[in-house]
Design a protein around this ligand. Structure first.
Ligand code: G3P
Ligand code: CA
Length: 241
């Protein structure tokens, strides 16, 4: 069965990467959630997509330049709608504490891009183990050096490569760096690609899949999962006969 993975939580209906977005995905029947992790100046692991806080909070500046106390002062809900104003940024630990009491799977994206967070991989794996979530977690990243680091040091943790386009036979490449999944930009997932991945036993999970026609197409093609901003809609479409 194709897994429905809520992209930054139920981010089409709730402010992305916040506890209400994650809780809504659970209520809607999603199989798992995806979130983005970065590190503050004082080494706390926080859930936020952009390298800067500007788009999704009432603050300005780089995530890496805030302490945890400082970034917790910001409102991460008001930008989305008045109803959610006053929401605080979640830490990875807060999310793990909640999710470990559910049956949800968790895809943690290591946001090690323009800003490289030293020690991000170790910190994330330490917390995942502390909450005994190893069996339900996939770590992914556009930064494949991060994934190599995870695989070398923690070979029991599942990893998947994130990529936008242009990788030739990515199933071979992914395997060569110890990864076991292809998290690709939706337009990459054409029939030839999906067939190649399937023949080579490599699970595919495209992002971000919100349209009904795409959801049906990836289900029919046997994708392992999809990332969607609208998990309630995707579950309904996936489960229709
Ligand atoms: O993990 C899938 C997707 O989240 C990757 O892109 O930019 O939404 O983090 P982005
Ligand atoms: Ca992401």
């Amino acid at each position: 069965m194709m897994k429905i993975l809520a992209h930054r939580g139920s981010s089409g209906t709730h402010p992305e990467n916040t506890m209400p977005a994650f809780e809504e995905a659970y209520r809607a029947g999603a199989d798992g959630i995806e979130l983005d992790v970065q590190m503050t100046k004082d080494g706390a692991l926080v859930i936020v997509h952009d390298a800067k806080v500007d788009r999704t909070s009432n603050g300005t500046g780089w995530v890496k330049d805030f302490t945890l106390d400082e970034i917790k002062e910001l409102d991460f809900g008001g930008w989305f709608s008045e109803e959610f104003s006053g929401l605080r940024i979640p830490t990875l630990e807060e999310v793990l504490d909640w999710i470990s009491g559910t049956s949800l799977e968790l895809n943690i994206e290591l946001k090690n891009g323009a800003v490289r967070h030293a020690g991000l991989e170790d910190g994330v794996v330490r917390l995942v183990r502390q909450y005994r979530m190893e069996e339900r977690v996939i770590l992914s990243s556009f930064n494949h050096y991060s994934l190599v680091d995870v695989h070398r040091n923690y070979s029991d943790v599942e990893t998947a490569i994130l990529f936008m386009e242009g990788l030739y036979e990515p199933w071979h490449y992914a395997r060569s760096i110890g990864a076991n999944g292809l998290h690709c930009y939706l337009p990459v997932a054409v029939p030839e690609f999906l067939q190649g991945a399937q023949q080579n036993g490599m699970p595919v999970r495209p992002f971000t899949v919100n349209k009904a026609a795409h959801i049906r197409r990836f289900k029919d093609a046997g994708c392992a999962g999809i990332f969607t901003d609208f998990p309630e809609r995707a579950v309904k479409i996936r489960d229709e006969s």
